[in-house]
Design a protein around this ligand. Structure first.
Ligand code: FES
Ligand code: FES
Length: 143
């Protein structure tokens, strides 16, 4: 249907024109994570100061779902408080479980385009890879 087509276009746009692709300065956090089911590997770079994600970038190789998800994730969390980034990650993981997402006051923006992935269990790890890496980085940073 039309919504699926729109969502597919959003995913392909992030894949072909990735937002925030590249590295950050040396003092930023880098989280390297692979998808064990396929061996694809991505790096998420985060600059977190005073509880704010000041910058977020990604690098790596993967399928269209994993790379578009990384692009959307970095776009979504940039400039946001860590708490909000984690909340988005929770909402995203609920979405991947096919659960109703209670979006509350959070604008998911382009991320919504990935909700169809929940119908393809083999691809869920692709979609959540960047989010898991971000969560790990934030967790390490707060220790
Ligand atoms: Fe082919 Fe991930 S793109 S399995
Ligand atoms: Fe490797 Fe999707 S097939 S991350």
């Amino acid at each position: 249907n039309n919504l699926d087509t729109l969502y597919r276009q959003v995913i392909m746009d992030h894949y072909k024109n990735p937002r925030n692709k590249g590295a950050l300065a040396d003092e930023s956090l880098t989280i390297d994570m692979n998808n064990p089911t396929c061996g694809d590997r991505i790096q998420i770079h985060l600059q977190v100061n005073n509880g704010i994600v000041e910058d977020a970038k990604f690098e790596g190789e993967g399928c269209s779902i994993s790379l578009s998800s990384a692009s959307m994730m970095t776009q979504a969390i940039k400039g946001k408080p860590v708490e909000e980034a984690l909340k988005m990650s929770k909402i995203f993981s609920n979405m991947m479980l096919g659960e109703e997402t209670d979006q509350e006051d959070i604008d998911l923006g382009d991320i919504e385009a990935l909700q169809g992935v929940s119908k393809f269990p083999a691809r869920i790890k692709c979609a959540t890879l960047a989010w898991k890496a971000m969560e790990k980085g934030v967790d390490e940073n707060s220790r």
